[in-house]
Write a protein that binds this ligand. Structure first.
Ligand code: FES
Length: 250
């Protein structure tokens, strides 16, 4: 377990913060840390800043993440990692599609040429839409409070997909599934970052499995072709207790 002193806490709206700390370890876009606080559980969190000053962006969903967003500069944060298969970042013309807090893991991919579709439930839930160059981002909200009213897929439909070398996608699994279905017959390569319950982060406990693959070691990034072969993608997942449940519409 690594312990670091927090150098900076940036508040990003009501229930989201970025915590920055100095750590000279190489971390690649798409990788994650298993982050822990005393008296709380350990949870996986994507690395949102991969330079020497690392950063993790946390949105409060449960008891542990709620405690983490209360951390202050000078507090200590504990973690293991980095873990997981990173994104393949060779292509130059990127299309980045993020839903909700899924934008955190995509942030290191944004450069001055990148084009983005950023979606969230409401305008106050949008994350990192302002990090794209002017005119390079399409904003979509479920309630229409900012940008187009609809879902991430609605932001994609007006874009010329053949102008991009790679699409990078992260967000809720049903959003990922709708995008995979949309691009299945389109000539654009894509990589998706998935989220599942993770307990060990190192391929031991099987809590993160999808179609027999372990997200923590064989993912969390998967190509379009890999996901097309996974029957549980967008249809089933394991709960905290290890029970397999259905997700989505059937
Ligand atoms: S989190 Fe334990 S096997 Fe992936």
């Amino acid at each position: 377990m690594i312990a670091k002193i927090i150098s900076e806490v940036e508040k990003l709206g009501r229930n989201t913060v970025t915590i920055r700390f100095r750590w000279d370890q190489e971390v690649q876009p798409g990788q994650f840390l298993m982050v822990w606080l005393p008296r709380h559980s350990e949870i996986p969190i994507s690395v949102s800043h991969t330079g020497p000053m690392k950063g993790i962006t946390i949105r409060s969903y449960g008891e542990t993440s709620a405690a983490m967003i209360g951390l202050r500069e000078g507090d200590r944060i504990f973690f293991r990692g980095p873990y997981g298969r990173p994104f393949d970042t060779k292509p130059v013309r990127k299309l980045i599609v993020g839903g909700g807090s899924g934008m955190a893991g995509l942030l290191p991919l944004i450069d001055s040429d990148a084009r983005g579709v950023v979606s969230a439930r409401t305008s106050s839930d949008l994350l990192f839409a302002d990090r794209f160059a002017e005119g390079h981002v399409t904003v979509v909200t479920d309630d229409g409070s900012s940008g187009i009213k609809g879902y991430a897929i609605d932001g994609l439909k007006s874009l010329p997909l053949d102008e991009f070398d790679m699409m990078y996608v992260c967000g809720p699994e049903l959003m990922l599934k709708s995008i995979l279905d949309y691009i299945v017959d389109k000539p654009i390569p894509a990589q998706f970052s998935l989220e599942r319950i993770m307990k060990c982060g190192i391929g031991v406990c099987d809590s993160c499995s999808i179609d027999g693959k372990q997200l923590c070691t064989e993912g969390p990034t998967f190509t379009k072709e890999e996901l097309l072969g996974m029957h549980e993608f967008g249809t089933a997942r394991l709960t905290e207790s290890g029970k397999r449940i259905q997700i989505g519409r059937h």
